[in-house]
Design a protein around this ligand. Structure first.
Ligand SMILES: NC(=O)C1=CN([C@@H]2O[C@H](COP(=O)(O)OP(=O)(O)OC[C@H]3O[C@@H](n4cnc5c(N)ncnc54)[C@H](O)[C@@H]3O)[C@@H](O)[C@H]2O)C=CC1
Ligand SMILES: CC(=O)C(=O)O
Length: 367
């Protein structure tokens, strides 16, 4: 019995031990499970947090991307707008340019018409008859002194006049684009405002001065009425020698009044007179005033009472000036004037520059 009791107790003990072990095991398992669950929860939480963070990060990234995309789009739109504006500006400028060009073309035609008018001073045409040194001296002075840029040169010698015209034309660049009538006939003088007669019939051997004079007069009688037909309103300036006689012949044959037909008279003699006085006193020619009157050349008359230098009349300082009682013998100055042409002719066979400039001065007084 005792053994049985003992065996029972032992069994019970074992049972209790087993139950305790089981209970411990269960407890341990429960704790482990709990721990596991805690760990798993922590893991989950961690993962969740991680996930959340990831989501946030992703969201940020997406926002960033969106922002970037938006900015890109914005930039693209802005660029498109800028390009549109630029195209509009370009179009505007193109239209403005077109309008400006159209205006310029219109302006150019106006300019061209104006320049044509300016280029060819139609109203100030000067015809020169006789293409010898004197006629060409006149032409050269008229053009270079800018009295006119519209001239005609007429001579019975066609080749000569044509060559003279071309020689001057080649200097058109320096002569205000001068217009020189192209024709070789007398019609080239048509509608002149001034006609300068510088022609001389060719000399014949052993011809007397009187015969020469008569032939010159015949030339004037023949040519001036023809020229008047071409230019009925022109002023005629006679240069051909003997100049005052030839001007008288021209007036007689045409019945033109004095103011429309005259010679250069003593204008050249006056220029020489003032020059010689200036030279003697060592002052500039333009500071000297004074006149030579009468017929051009040998019989001209110096007007001593008119001579002044810088506004002072020489006769106030020297009352007998120019007379036989003049201690300074100023009359020698007039002798120099008379001899001037002979001296030049002795050297080059003709005079032309001084008479050319004299003519241009007279023409400028008409214009
Ligand atoms: N008044 C003055 O202060 C001055 C007058 N003269 C005079 O000017 C005149 C010209 O002198 P230059 O040129 O040296 O003489 P130039 O004899 O060399 O030339 C005269 C030109 O007149 C041309 N001619 C002749 N008959 C003509 C006509 N019916 N129609 C057109 N052309 C004609 C000739 O073919 C020639 O080419 C001369 O009578 C000269 O004495 C010269 C200097 C000063
Ligand atoms: C030739 C002429 O008349 C002169 O030069 O005065």
């Amino acid at each position: 019995m005792e053994n049985m009791q003992e065996a029972l107790t032992k069994k019970e003990k074992e049972e209790a031990q087993r139950k305790k072990c089981e209970g411990d095991k269960k407890q341990r398992e429960a704790r482990e499970k709990e721990k596991k669950e805690e760990t798993s929860k922590a893991k989950c939480d961690f993962l969740k947090k991680l996930e959340e963070q990831d989501v946030i990060k992703k969201k940020c990234a997406i926002r960033k991307i969106r922002d970037a995309t938006g900015k890109k789009q914005e930039d693209a739109i802005r660029q498109k707008c800028a390009m549109k504006k630029m195209r509009e500006q370009e179009e505007k400028e193109r239209k403005e340019n077109e309008a400006r060009t159209a205006k310029a073309i219109l302006f150019r035609s106006t300019l061209y018409r104006t320049n044509c008018k300016q280029d060819f001073q139609a109203g100030n045409k000067v015809s020169i008859v006789g293409a010898g040194p004197v006629g060409m001296g006149c032409a050269f002075a008229l053009l270079t002194k800018r009295v006119t840029n519209n001239i005609a040169i007429y001579d019975v010698k066609n080749d000569l006049s044509s060559a003279q015209r071309n020689d001057l034309r080649h200097a058109s660049l320096f002569l205000q684009n001068c217009n020189i009538d192209n024709s070789s006939t007398i019609e080239c003088t048509k509608n002149s405002r001034v006609v300068v007669i510088a022609a001389r019939p060719s000399s014949k051997p052993n011809e007397s001065c009187q015969d020469q004079l008569l032939r010159s007069a015949d030339m004037i009688k023949q040519i001036v009425p023809e020229l008047l037909k071409q230019s009925p309103k022109a002023v005629f300036i006679v240069v051909s020698s003997p100049v005052d006689v030839m001007a008288w012949v021209a007036r007689k044959i045409t019945n033109l009044p004095y103011e429309r037909c005259f010679s250069t008279g003593c204008h050249l003699d006056t220029a020489r007179f003032r020059m010689f006085i200036g030279k003697l006193l060592r002052v500039s020619t333009s500071s000297v005033q004074g006149m030579v009157l009468g017929e051009h050349g040998d019989t001209s008359v110096p007007i001593w009472s008119s001579v002044s230098v810088g506004g002072t009349l020489l006769k106030d300082l020297l009352p007998p000036i120019g007379t036989d009682k003049d201690p300074m013998v100023w009359s020698n100055v007039h002798k120099s004037v008379v001899n001037a042409a002979y001296k030049v002719i002795a050297g080059k066979n003709y005079t032309n520059w001084a008479i050319g400039l004299t003519v241009s001065d007279v023409v400028s007084a008409i214009f």
